[in-house]
Design a protein around this ligand. Structure first.
Ligand code: PLP
Length: 350
């Protein structure tokens, strides 16, 4: 007997971090920003009057606002529904070779999911023992390269010189730098897009701009790359960005002072928290993101994870090879991080 089951596209989906429903939770498991979005975003909500009509398929207002913020041409910006949408469209648009796409073995766990979904061959390049990306691993023939910078879930940053080195050895394929966390202390590869027509820099509102709920991500690169992605988008769904996101996203990018203020607070809290962790016996790569990826010298990560959860403190644990003794802890407010440190101290009788 023939069945529709024989022709199902079977995929193993990405597992997002838990979004607990209970009250009183300290939520440090999905790298959300602990501070609310700019007050200008809420003010802009009142301007959302035109829900009867379809939104602008070109997302012009937001694209213009981003292009003037980053001082590039609007033809060099592509806006999507979170960087997950932008990255998925980039995979679909550019990774169409029989040679494998390269990405790190420990990295954002959506990359292999999209590769499987779109039937793209890929090869994982192991990070070194210090959890660093080694540029030489990306020199060989490939169908494209993607890595986050800073990397997730390690938090380790590649210097711009190393990003340039990877680009110099990959002039013929698309190189995507996923900069979801770049605003927390790294140097963006945006300055290289006019030197490398095969470089796509992807950023998001979800972490540094406190707007994970709006779903806004964007890619910046050569106009031919942006055109190719737009063509794929319009072949799939023209009206991806909803009107409220366009209006509020445009307002958010214009409040530079608020942005600087909140990201500096997070950086300050991260530096303090890393010192506390070190004193408690954790080891970790220096983080340039809004999370720390840490292993304890004696208590297994799973045990810490489960005990914290009982106290309504949620952190992220990945039961995967090489990283199953690590916790990924998002940087919350000072009060939240102090509560976590107190909890660790009580567990360690310190
Ligand atoms: C959070 C994250 C994304 C996705 O963010 P969106 O909310 O879809 O914009 C992409 N890449 C990395 C490495 C991330 O951590």
């Amino acid at each position: 007997m023939k069945s529709w089951r024989d022709s199902v596209r079977n995929v193993v989906p990405y597992t997002p971090g838990e979004q607990p429903k209970e009250d009183g939770v300290i939520k440090l498991n999905t790298n959300e920003n602990p501070y609310p979005p700019s007050p200008k975003v809420l003010e802009a909500m009142k301007e959302i009057t035109n829900l009867r009509k379809y939104p602008d398929p070109a997302v012009s207002d937001l694209t213009e606002a981003l292009s003037s913020y980053y001082r590039i041409d609007s033809s060099e910006v592509f806006v999507g529904v979170g960087s997950d949408d932008v990255l998925a469209i980039a995979f679909l648009t550019f990774f169409n070779s029989d040679v494998p796409v390269f990405f790190p073995d420990i990295t954002y766990s959506f990359y292999d999911v999209w590769a499987d979904l779109f039937q793209i061959p890929f090869e994982r390049k192991p990070l070194n023992e210090k959890f660093e990306i080694c540029a030489q691993d990306y020199y060989g023939e490939n169908g494209g390269v993607i890595f986050p910078n800073p990397n997730a879930p390690t938090g380790a940053l590649l210097e711009l010189e190393t990003v340039r080195d990877i680009l110099d050895h990959n002039r013929e394929v698309l190189v995507i730098v996923d900069e979801a966390y770049i605003d927390f202390g790294g140097e963006s590869a945006l300055s290289l897009i006019h030197d490398y027509d095969n470089l796509l820099v992807v950023q998001t509102y979800s972490k540094s701009r406190s707007l994970a709920g709006l779903r806004i991500g964007y890619a910046m690169g050569n106009r031919e790359l942006i055109k190719a992605m737009s063509d794929v988008k319009y072949s799939f769904n023209s009206y991806t960005m909803n009107e409220p996101s366009i209006v509020m996203g445009t307002a958010a990018i214009k409040d530079e002072e608020y942005f600087q203020d909140t990201r500096n607070k997070i950086i300050k809290t991260r530096e303090w928290f890393q010192e506390e962790l070190r004193e408690l016996g954790f080891s970790f790569a220096d983080s340039k993101a809004n999370f720390v990826f840490a292993a304890h010298e004696s208590i297994p990560a799973r045990e810490l994870f489960e005990a914290a959860k009982k106290e309504k403190i949620y952190v992220r644990y990945f039961d995967k090879p090489r990283i199953n003794n690590y916790l990924r802890i998002s940087i919350g407010t000072d009060e939240e991080m102090q509560a976590l440190v107190r909890f660790f101290k009580s567990m360690m009788n310190k």
